[in-house]
Design a protein around this ligand. Structure first.
Ligand code: DP6
Length: 323
């Protein structure tokens, strides 16, 4: 029997970042990370297994993919087939709600959606923890797009110990992530390649040495809803990760002139009483973190900055689910 399953999965933004793996194959992180799911940056994926297919067919945003891009997906489908004990090939159709080439990470939402859709299409009925572990092996940060709301991904030495869980649901705290998408510079080094360079930065060891403390402090600020403390930690954390990136060999510079322009604006707004903080992933876009009551104002202000191509307002969202 053929069964087509469609899944919605969000991207997520980390306040304490995943940068550096203790195991590349299993994608086990060196440190725990903390994130929220994003309501307006997501992937919708359909999967259908079919014994008449001789090969997996993968369509991403209306384009048939092949080569390296397809291999990563086939490899993930192979893991799922092995778990289920089946051999059938699959037809995968995936769409992001954000335009390609905007540098918005799609691997987190993509592998979260693929994990849930493919395992459901094979009627595997995995629990949230198992799904998170499965998504993690596809792309590390994807494990955080499985549970709802405010999420912690635990660092562990074994695969079974390293999964993400929901610390709080959607209603815990009205924090927003207003993303400023900027002009795209030349395509940078992928995060998978970047992770492998961490040891070459002289600052990586000291970054990791302070991680447990940072995770503890940010969790306390989230529990107490202390926005100033929360913002202070997340902003310093983003700069810390980028310092490691910039001092790797070869160096990784993900920022563009627009990135820095927005950073300086955020600081200016904050001095003027509009409490906002920034965080940045492996690309030039800036995520401006604010309280819900200020989201509209932040959106309008970001739109006035030269080089800002698009602004996306996100609330805290659910994790991956069937649609
Ligand atoms: C900078 O999860 O994309 O966004 O496991 O190689 O797919 P792979 O890496 P990925 O790395 C995310 C890096 C980051 C920080 C974060 O999201 O925590």
């Amino acid at each position: 029997m053929k069964k087509k399953v469609t899944v919605w999965a969000p991207a997520n933004i980390a306040f304490i970042k995943f940068w550096g793996k203790r195991d590349e194959e299993l994608r086990l992180p060196m440190n725990s990370s903390i994130s929220i799911n994003l309501s307006n940056v997501f992937t919708i994926t359909s999967v259908e297994f079919d014994e008449n297919l001789t090969d997996d067919e993968v369509n991403l945003d209306g384009r048939v993919v092949s080569g390296k891009e397809k291999n990563r997906i086939t490899k993930h489908l192979d893991r799922i087939r092995k778990m289920a004990g089946v051999n059938k090939r699959a037809k995968v159709e995936s769409k992001n709600n954000f335009p390609a080439g905007t540098g918005m990470a799609s691997s987190a939402s993509g592998f979260a959606a693929l994990s849930l859709a493919a395992s459901s299409a094979l009627e595997m009925r995995l629990g949230e923890r198992e799904l998170s572990i499965l998504a993690r092996v596809g792309s590390g940060s994807a494990c955080r797009s499985i549970p709802d709301g405010w999420v912690e991904w635990q660092e562990a030495k074994t695969s079974n110990g390293s999964y993400a869980y929901s610390m709080y649901g959607l209603k815990h705290w009205g924090v927003c992530d207003v993303v400023a998408v900027v002009e795209r510079a030349k395509k940078g080094v992928s995060s998978t390649e970047g992770h492998a360079l961490v040891e070459s930065s002289p600052f990586y060891k000291s970054r990791i040495a302070r991680m447990k403390e940072k995770v503890r402090d940010i969790k306390k600020s989230i529990k107490e809803k202390n926005f100033s403390k929360f913002g202070e930690i997340l902003e310093a954390e983003a700069i810390n990760m980028h310092a490691v990136m910039m001092t790797s060999d070869p160096e990784l510079i993900y920022w563009s002139p627009e990135t820095l322009r927005i950073i300086l604006k955020v600081k200016e707004w904050r001095e003027g009483g509009l409490e906002t903080y920034f965080t940045i992933d492996a690309g030039p876009n800036v995520h401006v973190i604010c309280l819900e009551r200020d989201a509209h104002k932040v959106e309008k202000l970001l739109r006035t900055i030269r080089g800002v191509r698009m602004v996306i307002v996100n609330r805290v969202a659910q994790g991956a689910h069937l649609v």
